[in-house]
Design a binder for this molecule. Sequence first.
Ligand code: TEU
Length: 591
Amino acid sequence: MQKNAKKLSDTAAAGAMWLAMLCCAAVPATAEPAPDTDGEWWKSAVLYEIYPRSFQDSDGDGVGDLNGINARLGYLEDLGIDAIWIAPMFPSPGVDFGYDISDYVGVDPRYGTLADMDRLIGAARQHHIRILLDMVLNHTSDQHPWFTAAAAARDSEKHDWYVWNDGIPGGGPQAHEGRLPPNNWVSLFGGSAWEWVPAVHQYYYHMFYRQQPDLNWRNPAVEKAMFASMRFWLDRGIAGFRLDAIPNLFEDPKLRNARELGGVNAQGDPNLDGSLTSNLPEVHGVIRRLRRMLGSYPDSRLLIGETYLPRTRDLDAWYGGARHDELQLAMDMLVGFHGDRDRLDAASFRQHIEEAQSQLHGSQPLFVFDNHDNVRAIDRYGDGVHDAQINRLLGSLLLTSRATPLLYYGEELGMRTITPVRREDVKDPIGITGWPRQKGRDGERTPMQWSPGAQAGFSTGSAAWLPVAQNHVTVNVATELEDPQSTLQWYRQLLRLRRDTPALTQGRMTMLNRDNPHVLTYVRSGTRVQAVMVALNFTAEPQILSIARGAAGPGRGSLRTLLTDAPALRGSRIAHSVTLPPFATWIAAID
Ligand code: TEU
């Protein structure tokens, strides 16, 4: 075993380096975090995404609902969750399962009533849990009264609320009344981004499904109406919003053709450069005004952005750079969703994490590994042999990094992605149109697994809207609570440690042994907190972490194990070296 093990520290001095790095300021690429204040609750909070269709059904119709969430608040509080983000629960035709909203100030009857929502907000408060709603500002449903009016007549007052164009002269099967779409833009969900409406003899733009027409944010009336909808919820006690697809709010006013990048995407459309339809500078004015609006409410309301952007440094502007006057949290999609085939590569994680620490003017990063749009991390990063350990390792990283962690329901259980095997079973429209290249997002939206019984305790009905995973017999809350070695217990311990250890929420994050390709090691430290070291073995082999003699002297630099999943390290005090089993986590206080 020793023979195969790679040494963490290549030189005798390297082991002592971490101690040196702790006490001196010469740490590369690491910014001192902005000082914490009571109002910045979201800096020490743990967030949890709930896909309401799939969390808990309270009325037996096979679809989750608000009363179901209400019934599970005790579980969430006990787990250590501070705020839940509920994916859209507004009235919706459901083409995109709620991301096509037809009324921004109501509750979809499938999920309950406004009274249920008010009760949920009140009950959550009793459980010390804040509620974040999912605000879809980029587009509405094509069934929203704004759009039905806009699409009925050009002289409708609502017409200019959406992005219309007469098209360009041309023929062929794509043409309508002798006119073609104005450019080559494609919908993220497949096909042209332009849809013809005969009643007005114009095309409208849709970044997503054609049933999701983009709003025209250059019209101030749109902003006014959307801000009013948000006030409606803020007045009811909502803690803030997750802003859906927020970089897509504006498009190039000249509607120029996008540059083709070569190749095709999952939908079979040409890959296009997105700079004319994403991340346009105009969006920041909206976000600043929105932040000011939220600032007029008590209790530090929160804005989180769904910010899929190509580089970490692109996120900085979304926080307002040095002014810190835009989003409080911009989702970092680079740490959790590597473009390069999601390899479990310590060096690549280290690089992305360091960028998030150093390129955001000290703003708080938000890390996330799982959501309702992507194959679960356990399946993306798993090697097929150590998947459960790898899932735990990622949990350790998520919950000990200097970042607000965002969990997705079931991640704490080790729930898997259950990709449909037959096209006729697919519910997500992109999986139907894109089959078999694109199988849609059903796999990561299967019902929460509560217990080993019927429908995994998700529903009392005979069927759930998506099939319950067969592994629910062992992978479920009730069974895992009974087993001290379970994934759920590991997450619970990590969450408790995070809550009880100030360095894990307030300390800066300093990478150690930055050349090591196998073990990710870092220290969380600050002026008035006890420093903590975290070592994560990213390989299937044991790895030795050497600690130099000087570092381990009495009372100075000995490492007291706080939490580990390596049985041999439990309760240990380490002075010289430690062997990390495959994919193991070791978290220690630096005494
Ligand atoms: O997602 C925006 C987004 O960029 C996603 O489309 C993502 O790239 C894709 O789902 C990957 O398959 C948000 C929501 O999270 C998503 O569920 C909605 O479908 C979309 O907006 C439209 O509202």
